[in-house]
Design a protein. Structure first.
Length: 275
C-alpha cells in the first residue's frame, strides 16, 4: 500500500515511466505500507531509483575494469590516485564532471566492487538532482573502498526479500580462499526482480552471483555464498530537496525519520558502506 500525506492514493499510469509504473503496481496492493510526505517525494524516489539502475547498467557497459587497490587506476585529468589506491578529485574539477568521466572514459579506470557501488550511488544522484547542488554537496570527493560523503545519508534496514531497484545488497562468501580475498563478497545494485549489477561479475541473477563467488572458496568447502538480509539505500526524502524542478520545501525535507529496523550506516565519526 502506498500512502502519501497520510492518505492512500490512486495512481495514474500516464504520470509515470514504464519502469516506475511496473514497480508502483507491485507496491500498491501489497501488505507493506510505503509512506511518502508528498507526491513530489514519491516521484523523486522513483526517479532516483531509475537513475541508479541506469547508472549501474551504464557502468557495466562503460569499459571500467576490476582491480585491487594496489592496481587501481583513474583518469589523471580528473582524479589523483593516492598511496592507498583511492581517487581524490582534482581541485580544478567539479564533482559532477569527475563522476561523469568514469562513464565517459571507462577504459582509464579500474577499481574493486565497493568503490564501484559508491560510484553508482553518486552517478544515480547526479542524474536526479540539480548539478550546482551536487557540486556543493559532494565537493572534495574521495573514491576509496567504503568511504562515501555523509550527504548521501545511506540508510540500512533488514529485509532483502523486499528490496527495490536501486537498493544496495551484499552477497557474502564466508569461506573465501585466502588466495582470492577480493572475492569475500560482492556488493551489488538491484536492477529488477532477481537481477543485480556487481562490479567484477557484471549483470547476473542471484544464483549466478552465488555460483561465481563459490568458485573462489577454500578447497573442499561446502559453505555456500549467500545473499545477506541487509538493504542499503540513500535518504530519498533528504535528497529530494535538491530535485530538478522541485517544489519540495527544504525545511520539511531536512531529515527523514528512521523507521523500526532501519539505521543510518555509520561507524565512528565517518560513514561507510557495510561489509
Amino acid at each position: 500500500m502506498i500512502i502519501v500525506a497520510n492518505q492512500p492514493i490512486e495512481l495514474v499510469s500516464s504520470d509515470w515511466s514504464a519502469f516506475e509504473w511496473h514497480w508502483l503496481q507491485q507496491l500498491q496492493p501489497g501488505p507493506t505500507v510505503y509512506t511518502y510526505q508528498s507526491m513530489d517525494h514519491l516521484h523523486f524516489e522513483w526517479d532516483l531509483r531509475k537513475s541508479l539502475v541506469d547508472a549501474a547498467e551504464a557502468l557495466d557497459r562503460s569499459g571500467v575494469s576490476f582491480a585491487s587497490f594496489e592496481k587501481s587506476r583513474c583518469n589523471p585529468d580528473f582524479w589523483n590516485r593516492n598511496a592507498e589506491g583511492g581517487f581524490e578529485l582534482r581541485s580544478d574539477v567539479t564533482p559532477a564532471n569527475g563522476i561523469r568521466d568514469i562513464w565517459k572514459n571507462g577504459h582509464l579506470y579500474a577499481f574493486e566492487c565497493a568503490t564501484a557501488t559508491v560510484i553508482v550511488l553518486y552517478g544515480g544522484v547526479l542524474g536526479s538532482i540539480r548539478e550546482d547542488d551536487f557540486n556543493s554537496l559532494f565537493h572534495n570527493l574521495l573514491l576509496y573502498d567504503w568511504h562515501y560523503d555523509s550527504d548521501l545519508r545511506l540508510t540500512e534496514k533488514n529485509g532483502s526479500h523486499s528490496a527495490l531497484p536501486g537498493d544496495v545488497l551484499y552477497f557474502k562468501n564466508p569461506d573465501v580462499s585466502p588466495e582470492t580475498p577480493e572475492w569475500q563478497g560482492e556488493n551489488t545494485i538491484m536492477l529488477r526482480e532477481d537481477l543485480y549489477y556487481g562490479h567484477g561479475i557484471g549483470v547476473a541473477s542471484g544464483e549466478e552471483m552465488i555460483r561465481s563467488l563459490n568458485q573462489n572458496r577454500i578447497p573442499g568447502s561446502t559453505v555456500s555464498a549467500y545473499l545477506m538480509d541487509t538493504v542499503i539505500y540513500p535518504d530519498f526524502l533528504y535528497l529530494s530537496r535538491y530535485a530538478k524542478n522541485s517544489n519540495i520545501n527544504a525545511h520539511a525535507a531536512s531529515s527523514t525519520p528512521v523507521l523500526p529496523g532501519q539505521l543510518y550506516v555509520r561507524i565512528g565519526g565517518s560513514r561507510y558502506l557495510r561489509t
